[in-house]
Design a protein around this ligand. Structure first.
Ligand code: ATP
Ligand code: MG
Length: 417
């Protein structure tokens, strides 16, 4: 993509109404646009990052057998009344509205009840189970606080997945597969070393733990206790003697950390399906309630977490897998035919290139933008680089660039990193 055609512009100054580093950098880079507190539009660069995260998440969910769907944002009041979750006393984050005829509707903050209702049309016998489905959906939540930039929004992209099984045993098999799939996602996003499966309270419908995926992050809103030797953590909210006894661990085994919840998986059991009437006939001809699980990933929150973690005083440092572009190609000086043909060659070979072909920006502005926007590799073609024998290549965090003949830029970019 040509930067001269990108309608967004970078900003030198931090927005005065944002405290969070992620929002400051993402707004300055033109990744997101603030509609209002906790509500951000995704601009071309930001959308590319979100799409890359979605691709990774989608691949990992499909690997464990889940099928992609999209549920609706407008939701039926009656469905939520069945489990007593329409009431604002029980769910305090609803956005609600009314149809012209006066009927009340809600805007989806979760899709647990609607999907259980929907499955009543498709699940009737053990032969139709198990079913695993997921979606990427904008969730609407009337959050009290919206101070952490894109990490806590009133409208945000979530991947939510639901599992419908015959028995608890089948459910637990899938739950364990989902745990592994989630860990793969965070690993592929470059967060593997700092993301922990974290025991947390089970929520309204289960006495057991739910499992959160918590990424160590100063800007996170949660406090977790990370086991010093083993690879798990416990959320502060349940870090007590009873929980420690269940886990067979001592207080001293843990270290306190600030963290951001980037995913959460739940075992619901059969209670919700009983309340809502989702039953199936097992192989013995008995009528049984379906065993339910629910699995969420905070897709746009991850953009914020990644920005918090992968950034320095100059800007963002995207991990290669999710950078909007792999290469930021910078042309210094006009009429640089060599830069044009390098852009053409790289894009034809499938390299994602942001080409700074702007005639009205100085070298200093272009370099500052490259650092702010954070593509993993920077390639500069200038009179000076050509005289030195080609293009100057530099990784985002490297301090020195090296000159590579134009004919070898492609292989230098694809083999080195
Ligand atoms: P939190 O405790 O942070 O409010 P939650 O437990 O209410 O989150 P879930 O219902 O478990 O959230 O949603 C699944 C995932 O969606 C969370 O793990 C988180 O990554 C993301 N998420 C939840 N609320 C928000 C929000 N307001 N803005 C952005 N992402 C969110
Ligand atoms: Mg949660």
């Amino acid at each position: 993509m040509r930067q001269s055609q990108l309608f967004t512009r970078t900003k030198r100054e931090n927005p005065s109404d944002e405290e969070a580093k992620n929002a400051q950098l993402l707004i300055r880079g033109g990744y997101i646009y603030k509609e209002m507190a906790g509500v951000y539009a995704l601009l071309p660069l930001g959308l590319r990052v979100v799409n890359k995260i979605k691709k990774i998440v989608g691949e990992e969910m499909e690997k464990i057998g889940s099928q992609e769907i999209i549920m609706t944002t407008l939701q039926n009041k009656e469905i939520w009344e069945k489990t007593d979750r329409w009431s604002d006393d029980n769910v305090d984050i609803w956005f609600k509205s009314q149809l012209k005829n006066g009927a009340e509707v809600g805007f989806g903050w979760s899709h647990e009840e609607p999907i259980v209702e929907m499955m009543k049309s498709f699940v009737s016998s053990y032969q139709s189970l198990p079913v695993y489905v997921h979606q990427f959906q904008n969730k609407l939540r009337n959050e009290v606080r919206a101070k952490s930039g894109i990490m806590r929004c009133r409208e945000f992209v979530m991947k939510d997945m639901y599992s419908f099984c015959e028995t608890e045993e089948d459910h637990m098999k899938f739950y364990n597969l989902a745990t592994e799939a989630y860990l793969n996602v965070y690993k592929r996003l470059g967060l593997g070393d700092i993301t922990y499966v974290t025991s947390a309270s089970g929520g309204a419908f289960t006495k057991n733990f739910s499992h959160e995926f918590q990424t160590i992050c100063e800007a996170g809103e949660d406090v977790i206790y990370v086991h010093k030797k083993e690879n798990y953590a416990v959320n502060e909210e349940i870090f007590n003697d009873e929980t420690l006894a269940k886990l067979g661990a001592q207080k001293e085994d843990f270290e306190m950390k600030k963290a951001a919840e980037v995913g959460n998986i739940f075992t619901f059991g059969t209670e919700k399906c009983e309340k809502m009437g989702l039953y199936f006939t097992n192989s013995e001809g008995e009528k049984k309630p379906v065993f339910l699980g629910s699995y969420g990933v905070g897709v746009t929150r991850l953009v914020g977490v990644l920005t918090e973690i992968f950034s320095d005083d100059k800007g963002i440092v995207w991990p290669r897998e999710i950078a909007p572009f792999a290469v930021h190609l910078i042309r210094l000086g006009e009429d640089m035919a060599e830069a044009e043909s390098l852009y053409k060659e790289l894009t034809e070979k499938g390299v994602e290139v942001l080409f700074d072909d702007r005639a009205n920006a100085t070298a200093g502005e272009k370099f500052a933008d490259a650092d702010l926007l954070g593509m993993p590799m920077r390639v500069v073609v200038s009179k000076r680089s050509l005289e030195a024998g080609g293009a100057e290549i530099k990784g985002r965090t490297e301090t020195e660039s090296r000159v590579v003949p134009l004919s070898e830029v492609l292989s230098a970019l694809t083999t080195n990193h």
